[in-house]
Write a protein that binds this ligand. Structure first.
Ligand code: ACO
Length: 206
């Protein structure tokens, strides 16, 4: 089983490591910085996006390993249009309820939890130890950073970035492309396109 990861980043390394633990035998990276970047840790980088597009039939699985939500969406949509077999990667120590759903291209790292009736979109990063409680709705191309917690019924619009160790109170909504800073405690709804930080979370910038 061969998997291609687009994005020779630190984030890509964590996807590669999880993929190997799941039994993917051959991990190949692609990155637009090739040929300047030819290695990503122990893995080889074989070309740019266009090289991957030309070789899609070589891979039983493809994932975008780019942390930036907007660029990850752009690349995943391009690959999907070209017929890539987008897969999700769920680390063996993560817990995903059989009553939850996750979309294509989503990655769920070690010790993360997705509880029942949560609906997680495609191209999402659920980073190490993050918790998505029951009945949450997580939009496409969101990044939930390590150890962040969404309490029950939280709704995140697409491309939201939740920083490490942030907590969001139950039933709160965070609008599209907003950023919740690391360590923030979100107690009220957050509109789209803003950055909030602190405890309780306040707007840092529009
Ligand atoms: C595996 C991984 O690594 S996954 C990645 C995990 N990374 C994260 O979770 C990081 C999330 N990012 C953050 O929290 C960032 O600090 C952001 C996005 C909130 C703000 O970043 P920037 O826009 O670059 O803000 P900047 O660093 O210029 O700080 C502006 C002010 O806000 C303060 N500030 C920044 N972040 C925070 C925060 N999380 N909580 C409280 N205050 C903060 C700064 O101290 C600074 O205050 P000052 O003006 O009084 O000096």
């Amino acid at each position: 089983m061969r998997i291609a990861i687009l994005g020779a980043s630190g984030h890509g390394k964590v996807i590669a490591d999880a993929a190997e633990q799941l039994g993917w035998q051959h991990v190949t990276f692609f990155d637009d910085a090739w040929p300047d970047v030819k290695k990503n840790g122990p893995w080889t980088v074989n070309g740019k996006t266009e090289a991957l597009l030309a070789r899609l039939s070589d891979f039983e699985g493809v994932v975008v390993g780019i942390g930036n939500n907007r660029i990850r969406e752009e690349k995943q949509r391009k690959l999907a249009r070209a017929g890539a077999k987008l897969v999700s990667i769920v680390h063996p120590t993560a817990t995903v309820s059989s009553h939850a759903s996750i979309g294509p291209g989503t990655v769920v790292f070690a010790n993360a939890v997705i509880n029942p009736c949560a609906n997680v979109g495609g191209g999402v990063i659920l980073n190490t130890g993050a918790v998505v409680e029951h009945d949450c709705v997580v939009g496409n191309f969101v990044h939930i950073s390590p150890n962040a917690v969404l309490a029950g019924g939280v709704k995140l619009g697409q491309q939201v970035w939740v920083g490490a160790c942030a907590s969001i109170k139950q039933l709160i909504s965070v609008g599209e492309a907003s950023i919740v800073g690391m360590g923030a405690v979100v107690t009220k709804d957050v509109e789209s396109g803003v950055t909030v930080v602190g405890n309780p979370a306040r707007i840092l910038r529009q």
